[in-house]
Design a protein around this ligand. Sequence first.
Ligand code: G4P
Length: 534
Amino acid sequence: MSDISSEIHRRRTFAIISHPDAGKTTLTEKFLLYGGAIQSAGAVKGKSSDRHATSDWMEIEKKRGISVTSSVLQFEYEGYCINILDTPGHQDFSEDTYRTLMAADSAVMVIDAAKGIEPQTRKLFKVCAMRNIPIFTFINKLDRDARDPFDLIDELEKEFGIGTYPVNWPIGCGVDFKGVYERDKKSILAFREFHSGRKRVSGVECDINNVEQMDALIGPYAREALVEQIDLLDGACFDFDLEKVRTGKLSPVFFGSALNNFGVEAFLERFLQMSSEPLAHESEGEVVDPKDENFSAFVFKIQANMNKAHRDRIAFMRICSGKFERGEEYWHTQGAKAIKLSQPQQMMAQEREIIDTAYAGDIIGVFDPGIFSIGDTVCTKSKKIKYAGIPTFAPEHFAVVEQIDSMKRKQFAKGMTQIAQEGAIQIFFEPGSGMERVVVGVVGVLQFDVLQFRMDSEYGVKYHKQDLPHQYIRYVDNEDADDAYMSSLRLMQSTRWVKDVKGRNLLIFVGDYEITWALDKNPGLKLSEFNQNC
Ligand code: G4P
């Protein structure tokens, strides 16, 4: 195998998703411990202490104790090179999360065993399902009281419409948690000790048919209950089918306790066997082989001012094919220009490191002088390609934002434009108004706080904000939709006409009844959903 092929072959790139508090950070931390990438538990995040996740780049995150932006971590384990894309669990940052999922080849879904599927898990799952990416489920916190495992897998299957394959099965829960039964080995891994730190829990393996040893380990009552449950499970559940796993139709399910390090290594090992190496991406109808030696990547996230001292702006790219080499001149498809990617870096656990090479599957951050937009392609000059953009989600909250200090007009325009380019907000203009008054649309309301904080701290601008009651936005698709046509439309009083940065006409509505009203009163009016590519 060539250098490129073997490097790509050993790569795995997955996103870790969950509803807040299900244990995503704890599980990530344990993965990093196994990879030797961090030395102590609590290094990734200590919410109740003053430690903060490696992803807590922004002041606001520290203040709120939530992770706003997605972070990327890389570590080595048993010959594999693993990229984890951490996703913010907070519901207000769903758009950033959605984009992150575009850069992953599979997803690890962490579920709290006492709660089952929660709203954020539901939303995230839908995006994974849209892309048919494999989903591996880790049902966490078995050391606490949990719901019936049959109920939990039933819920997954019914709500998500996919099959599940429990790779292991819990024996009790809470104070009665005795361990897990490993279905392929037909043996149990007994839960012996509580360790939340660096030490691995060394479970004791035992053949399920060895009654004496089983009774000694988990007691006759738990053994009998287990045998009954396994019978039921073997009869009722789906057969294992790797092809179905890899196309997102069957989710392998694991039970464990991230905090106690129980079931984590077994999960990691099975995950690495079942997940695939970096997947191919499409460029204008053509499938690009990840092992093609020509480098190509797309930008899925732009983060400004990660380091206040440098006032930098970083574009995160997912490498889709070939090998990246520092200092090489590449082609920026959307800018139609040759560029050198400066300060290419990767998050290696705690540190950002400048790197010389990276391969398909890897995520690199590069210094962005303001030329990149989300969805842009960067590739080798000799083989120009263009990856499909990343869909933008329709904003659901709107506000009119107006600058206060006319001396800061430039900073206001710059800040609004840059933050909009990053994709954190959408900006619109009311016909006739200039850059000093914009309509801001966001997917989650917390993004308004982030905007205000960043405009103040990074651009030195304060503004006046008036929340709007609007919730729906539609493009006006009629070809002859000029200003005269727009002004002639019969609309309810609360419906507002705005333009996007490209001058396209849109309408924003308070309720969906207004949309029906507009369509009824204006025969021929064509409205389309807001899901443009950035
Ligand atoms: P998140 O990233 O999905 O939001 O969840 P996180 O890992 O931060 O975990 C949320 C809380 O659940 C944390 O407690 C964490 O210690 C706890 N937790 C995670 N996995 C397990 C588990 O397997 N068993 C039990 N019992 N608890 C678990 P916290 O009190 O909010 O924070 P901290 O004081 O532990 O940092």
